[in-house]
Design a binder for this molecule. Structure first.
Ligand code: FMN
Length: 300
């Protein structure tokens, strides 16, 4: 059975990645998961310097998912290179670094420092607010998404995935613009903006009022967006959003994703990545599928 996938010239042993921000650098998972069995560890957003994140409370449960407004808390790229890269390199997995920034210059500062680091791929999170455009996320219009992709691609050494925001009316126009601007692949989807109110306190539950909705509740949106984008772009797609089981992962592959990532499920079940991988293998055995590639994009 062939599980390996090749994306932008990088060979991954299997199509199961971790969703950025739900697995950090993997340290907290080593008692549950052999990191060498994961296709790639996609680390939490890394910025040019440490970010404190948003005030608490910044996590809330919802039906079939959760809201978070963590605000990309991280220790910065220098700490990442010094502490996390050597840790992850002890395992036989690929390292994908999620880039966070408030300006194009900040993203480029991170990508530039990573030129000399032993990492395999970058993932540009364009859901970050662009402070020069009044805090509107880079990923919500095609021109801004293309501009940030072009500039960050130019300052990056490793292949660049661009992680799209689902908070748009026309995902296909953004996917095409980002492809034309030089992205080597797409990651879809990030969280959907949501809100929850505590009716007894008459207050929003999150200190930041709004946050990103993730988990099984968003899976149909992710499947729909991957399906629409895969029909229109030639670059590979990493599918994520609400994957809890192997069958959820197969849905993303059939919609057109070449690989998948497990996010919120890790917070509920720390062995989720391994269970999803086993579920994919079981499905392939059941239907006599010998190469994972034969499942990609089978839905017309
Ligand atoms: C607590 C938390 C933190 C996250 N942090 C990041 C991040 O740093 N960068 C990023 O691109 N996405 C981040 N995400 C989004 C996830 O990577 C993923 O795109 C989204 O949650 C949908 O997948 P899921 O339903 O499997 O979680 C975060 C999600 C959660 C729940």
């Amino acid at each position: 059975m062939k599980l390996s996938v090749s994306i932008a010239g990088v060979e991954f042993k299997n199509p199961v990645f971790t969703g950025s921000g739900t697995f950090n650098s993997g340290r907290e998972f080593v008692e549950f998961v052999d990191l060498s069995k994961i296709g790639a560890v996609v680390v939490k957003g890394v910025a040019n310097k440490p970010w404190l994140g948003n005030p608490s409370p910044r996590i809330a449960e919802t039906y079939g998912g959760m809201l978070n407004s963590v605000g990309l808390q991280n220790l910065g790229v220098d700490h990442f290179i010094k502490e996390d890269v050597p840790f992850l390199r002890r395992y036989d997995t690929k390292i994908v670094v999620n880039l966070a920034g408030k300006t194009i210059e900040e993203y480029c500062e991170v990508a530039d420092k990573l030129r000399y680091a032993d990492v395999d791929m970058l993932e540009l999170n364009i859901s970050c607010p662009n402070v020069k455009e009044g805090g509107v996320a880079f990923g919500v219009n095609a021109e801004m998404a293309a501009l940030v992709t072009r500039e960050v691609k130019a300052c990056s050494k490793q292949p660049l995935l661009v992680k799209l925001s689902p908070n748009v009316t026309d995902i296909v126009s953004i996917a095409k613009a980002v492809e034309a601007a030089g992205a080597d692949g797409l990651t879809m989807i990030n969280t959907l903006i949501g809100m929850k109110i505590d009716v007894h306190k008459r207050k929003p539950v999150l200190a930041n009022k709004m946050g990103g909705l993730s988990g099984p509740a968003i899976k149909p949106v992710g499947i729909r967006m991957v399906y629409q984008a895969a029909k229109e772009v030639g670059i590979p797609i990493i599918g994520l959003g609400g994957i809890m089981t192997g069958e959820d992962a197969i849905e993303y592959l059939m919609a057109g994703a070449s690989a998948i990532a497990v996010g919120t499920a890790n917070l509920v079940n720390p062995s989720a990545t391994m269970e999803v991988l086993q579920g994919i293998i079981d499905y392939m055995n059941l239907y006599g599928v010998t190469d994972i590639k034969d499942l990609v994009g089978v839905i017309a």
